[in-house]
Write a protein that binds this ligand. Structure first.
Ligand code: THU
Length: 131
């Protein structure tokens, strides 16, 4: 699946983001090596700290369905109707990615009209792993 198509799925998912406190809506689409796509949204909470980022929602959905290997993820986020800024994954989500993905895992940021592509090793060099 190409990057633009994956980002279009992320944009569609973003419409259901639950972000009544920050108003910053995030959507993502995670492509597993099986070929299946798992979407994720951020889910906020009145107590703030239980908030779950879109990326972790997608990873936890996929892993709970038995997936263990992943190709790429498209992430879009922002305050507006259209995600028109780069929403880079937070440190906690990068660490969750590193549990299941190698350094060549592809992270696509932006929106379906304009996006940039990174690898996980660029975003999280020298990641922590139990040897
Ligand atoms: N958020 C994500 O969903 N993913 C990220 O990578 C960064 C932040 C969410 C969490 C919170 O609901 C909102 O964006 C503002 O921080």
């Amino acid at each position: 699946m190409d990057a633009k198509t994956l980002m279009e799925i992320a944009e569609k998912a973003r419409k259901t983001a639950y972000a009544p406190y920050s108003k910053f809506k995030v959507g993502c689409a995670l492509l597993a090596k099986s070929g299946k796509v798992y979407t994720g949204i951020n889910i906020e909470n009145a107590s703030y700290s239980p908030t779950n980022c879109a990326e972790r929602t997608a990873f936890f959905k996929a892993v709970s369905e038995g997936e263990r290997e992943f190709e790429s993820i498209a992430i879009c986020g922002g305050m507006g109707e259209k995600a028109d800024e780069i929403c880079a994954p937070c440190g906690v989500c990068r660490q969750v990615m590193s549990e299941f993905c190698k350094g060549d895992f592809i992270v696509i940021l932006g929106n379906s009209e304009k996006y940039e592509t990174h690898t996980l090793s660029e975003l999280l060099p020298l990641s922590f792993k139990l040897s």
